[in-house]
Design a binder for this molecule. Structure first.
Ligand SMILES: [Cu+2]
Length: 136
């Protein structure tokens, strides 16, 4: 008898908790997780070449590579799509970049004219984004 009571005392909170969890799950359905804007991994030396030489960003595997790039004012950046799906380049901060969507093998070029940071993304693929740091 005593044993049963004890067991019930233990079971009841567990049961209630279970119900709460179930209710919580049911109510919150349909919400997709938004892409976490992960702080981009600390600057890797993305800069290549000297004055005037353009730099290339590959669009591969639904990512920009390199994701973070440092260029100089006036240095041309060319995005090349290596994926079978179309991508674009749309800036969200800094100098304005707005490319059309383009498919495999196509490219888009942009030459920054101001120092500063440019954040950009692909309007099609959540989480596909990049940063350009433009130095003088
Ligand atoms: Cu894309």
């Amino acid at each position: 008898m005593r044993r049963t009571t004890k067991l019930r005392l233990l079971l009841l909170p567990a049961l209630l908790l279970g119900l709460l969890l179930l209710a919580g799950c049911g109510g919150g359905s349909g919400r997709s997780t938004t892409s976490t804007t992960a702080p981009s991994t600390s600057a890797q030396p993305g800069t290549t070449g000297g004055a005037g030489a353009g730099v290339q960003v590959e669009m591969r595997g639904i990512q920009y590579a390199p994701r973070r790039l440092t260029v100089r004012v006036g240095q041309q950046i060319t995005w090349v799509n290596e994926d079978a799906v179309r991508h674009d380049v749309q800036s969200t901060a800094g100098e304005k970049i707005a490319s059309p969507l383009f498919g495999k093998g196509a490219s888009f070029s942009f030459t920054p004219m101001q120092a500063g940071a440019i954040a950009y993304l692909c309007s099609v693929h959540p989480g596909m984004d990049g940063t350009i740091v433009v130095t003088k």
